[in-house]
Design a protein around this ligand. Structure first.
Ligand code: ADP
Ligand code: MG
Length: 400
């Protein structure tokens, strides 16, 4: 689960991380009122969308010469003009894709005199299974570009969970950023507080870009991207309130309501599978047969008929889906339950694309009987290879 910059900064401030003052605004008047509460004379009006690259982004509705999604303002009138131009319009950045994202919220914050910008992130390093710091002197730029062009400027080190954060980690951050004296001390403090925030919220990433040194020698977080481990959200009911569902993929959102693991992909074969391993194998074998999956969908071990119906509807609501492959191994979940769910859903949604079903395991004969007697044009398959070949052939027929 991701949150907006202003929410991330409020949260980090609670852990003692230095951020400039600022307020969220949902309307032009609120933006002006927010600026009125700040000391001025320099304000920054920032589009709040779940994507980075806003500064260099472009608004679809405005001309190519219009300013991007992060704008400086020197008076309340300027704040008003920027807010009016940004709210309701669509911001396209390197991270939003060509469709862009509609700006419905703004953040009005203190303008800071920046001497230098750094990059500092915490994430879970999958190789070591530990929380890792990633630090670079090249802040304010796209970190992927830095990694590509000057990988030696990115420093990574992880933290042993048995010892937790040690003073040497803080010193390593300061050194990686080339800081000495008082700024090095500030960097150590910021590193420690970010680590506290990461652990305390079960974050999956905290990315600060830029972490700025101000002209008067202070370290400040000017942009923050924070994401949480969804599997730990039950421990953080308060954080769940920060969720902005308008920023999420509607199908993934619907899937999360039913506790389904769903991820949209680029192909045209919808997949309904139980178990992550089997889902991966199913996607692989579709590819092996020359086609591409439209999604990853794991209905889980103990799915109900309702869950299967919901999963089916979600797959079908994707217009890219030209055929569906159901591949279920009935262990905890019985094949007859799956079959009932498939039949109910197929009838409810008026299925128009080919459907190949491969069932195996508990009550498989009963499951196959339910499918065969349903009167629906379901293509039965005997094993994984057979199923993949059949759905690829069926989709090929539709395309031809
Ligand atoms: P994004 O990464 O989405 O483009 P940022 O918040 O990083 O958005 O803003 C882009 C740039 O705007 C920053 O690299 C920084 O130079 C400048 N900026 C952002 N916030 C402030 C601020 N409060 N004061 C001064 N400059 C800022
Ligand atoms: Mg940024």
């Amino acid at each position: 689960m991701d949150i907006h910059e202003y929410q991330a900064k409020d949260l980090l401030a609670k852990f003692g991380v230095p951020v400039p003052a600022g307020y969220a605004a949902m309307s032009v008047d609120e933006a002006v009122a927010a600026a009125g509460k700040l000391p001025g004379p320099l304000y920054v009006v920032k589009a709040q969308i779940h994507a980075g690259g806003r500064g260099k982004g472009k608004f679809k509705e405005l001309g190519p010469d219009a300013k991007g999604g992060v704008r400086l303002a020197r008076s309340l009138d300027e704040v008003r003009a920027h807010a009016a131009e940004m709210l309701g319009n669509t911001l396209v950045t390197v991270q939003t894709g060509p469709h862009g994202k509609q700006v419905n919220r703004l953040y009005v914050t203190d303008g800071v005199d920046i001497a230098k910008e750094f990059y500092l992130a915490l994430l879970v390093d999958r190789k070591t299974g530990r929380i890792a710091f990633v630090a670079s002197t090249e802040g304010g730029m796209n970190i992927e570009d830095v990694a590509h062009q000057t990988p030696e400027k990115i420093h990574t080190f992880d933290v042993d969970p048995a010892t937790g954060l040690m003073p040497h980690h803080g010193r390593a951050v300061a050194k990686a950023l080339g800081l000495t004296g008082d700024l090095a001390k500030q960097a150590q403090t910021v590193a420690a507080k970010l680590y506290d925030a990461f652990l305390g919220t079960d974050a999956s990433q905290i990315e600060i870009n830029p972490l700025a040194v101000t002209e008067d020698g202070k370290l400040m977080v000017l942009d923050a991207k924070v994401g949480f481990d969804s599997n730990a959200m039950f421990r953080h009911r308060d954080l769940e309130e920060l969720r902005d569902v308008t920023e999420e993929d509607p199908m993934e959102l619907e899937a999360s309501k039913y506790d389904l693991a769903y991820i949209k992909l680029d192909g045209n074969i919808g997949c309904m599978v139980n178990g992550a391993g089997l889902a991966m194998a199913t996607m692989d074998i579709i590819k092996l047969n020359g086609a591409f999956p439209a999604n990853f969908l794991d209905v889980g071990g103990g799915a109900s008929k309702e869950k299967v119906t919901a999963a089916f509807k979600i797959i079908l609501s994707d217009p890219a889906v030209k055929g569906i492959l159901v591949n279920i191994f009935g262990g905890i979940m019985r094949c007859d339950i799956i079959a009932e769910g498939i039949v109910a859903a197929a009838k409810e949604v008026d299925l128009k694309v080919p459907l190949v079903v491969r069932l195996e395991g508990t009550n498989v004969e009963e499951g196959k009987r339910i499918l065969a007697e349903s009167g629906l044009a379901i293509v039965p398959a005997n094993d994984l290879g057979d199923a993949a070949r059949k759905i690829v052939a069926e989709v090929g027929k539709v395309a031809a």
